[in-house]
Write a protein that binds this ligand. Structure first.
Ligand SMILES: [Zn+2]
Length: 327
């Protein structure tokens, strides 16, 4: 574990635990130590935006952190303008659920960052997780902030290309990737709908589009659980984030690993992949544990009589696991 002691102005306001520093690709690089190359740059992580330098006075160890001006400072200890996702969700998310208020009376509400068709959704792609929603646009189209907030990061990141990340008061962060041009800088306060950059095709991208993410404590969430893309509006004013949903729905890499393990288990349990299928393949069914002629007939939409005739069996014949049955 490596800690970086960050001094803001004269006053120390605490430790910034950077052991979860990740790469900035929009693929899953949120795991510890994934990006070894970045480690050498760790000591350069000094571009913390010091919004509070004029507020905190003295050198007492219990500085009034409520005076820190970056959004959602009660939730996040860090304000990092270099790394896209320097958080560890599982360590930070201590409760079973949290209600995230998306808009409040008096704020700017929600604005679609760009009104275009969806071209790719949240989920596992063939080789890697896709943590955002892709929105079709032409290079040069204007991309705007989805909510009121403050720019935390505005730079080129591997994977994302030219990228803007905005922190919001409710703890959410929105990510805008593949921009051709960035028009904001870290520390800048924005209203919902404010221009942040121009759409493009930078980073890991095939064709111009906006890669748009919602993150909470670094954990990517499916924007479609928040946004009705057909209407261009929020589905609700608040959102309940449950730990169970993260485990079963949003943690794509863990889900993928679990899925692969399940498949491996089914295969080894059935002594070969050909026994693992639910029904017949090429007219042949392989008998599985617990099968009888009645079950096999039902599963394959036929009758016991027909099976007996085709396979020269009696209705009372005891089946062996792995035995071939013509359907
Ligand atoms: Zn994308």
């Amino acid at each position: 574990m490596k800690r970086l002691f960050v001094i803001l102005s004269i006053t120390c306001i605490g430790f910034f635990n950077l052991n979860a520093i990740s790469g900035s690709s929009h693929d899953d690089k949120t795991k510890r130590g994934d990006d070894k190359k970045n480690k050498t740059k760790k000591d350069d992580t000094t571009k913390f935006v010091v919004n509070n330098e004029n507020i905190i006075e003295g050198d007492d160890e219990t500085a009034d952190t409520t005076q820190i001006l970056f959004p959602s400072h009660d939730l996040y200890a860090t304000w990092d303008t270099v790394w896209a996702h320097p958080y560890n969700f599982t360590e930070s998310f201590k409760t079973d659920s949290v209600i995230i208020q998306l808009t409040n009376e008096g704020d700017g509400g929600f604005v679609m960052p760009f009104k275009g068709g969806k071209t790719s959704v949240f989920g596992w792609r063939r080789y890697r997780p896709h943590y955002g929603t892709d929105i079709d646009l032409e290079t040069g189209d204007q991309v705007v902030s989805a909510f009121d907030g403050m720019v935390r990061l505005a730079k080129y990141c591997q994977g994302y290309g030219n990228c803007v990340i905005i922190r919001h008061n409710n703890g959410l962060e929105t990510v805008y990737g593949h921009l051709s041009k960035i028009l904001v800088e870290p520390g800048q306060s924005l209203a919902a709908g404010a221009l942040i950059g121009l759409g493009g095709n930078t980073g890991r991208s095939r064709g111009s589009h906006l890669h748009f993410e919602f993150r909470y404590l670094g954990q990517a969430l499916d924007t479609e659980d928040f946004i009705d893309y057909d209407k261009g509006t929020l589905k609700d004013y608040c959102f309940t984030l449950r730990k169970a949903d993260v485990e079963n729905k949003y943690d794509l890499r863990a889900l993928h690993t679990r899925h692969r393990k399940d498949i491996g288990y089914a295969r080894s349990n059935a002594k070969g992949a050909k026994y693992a299928g639910p029904g017949a393949k090429n007219g042949i069914y392989y008998v599985r544990n617990g099968d009888n002629l009645g079950k096999i007939a039902k599963r394959n939409h036929t009758t016991i009589k027909a099976l007996c005739k085709k396979n020269k069996l009696k209705e009372t014949t005891v089946l062996r696991i792995g035995q071939k049955i013509k359907i």
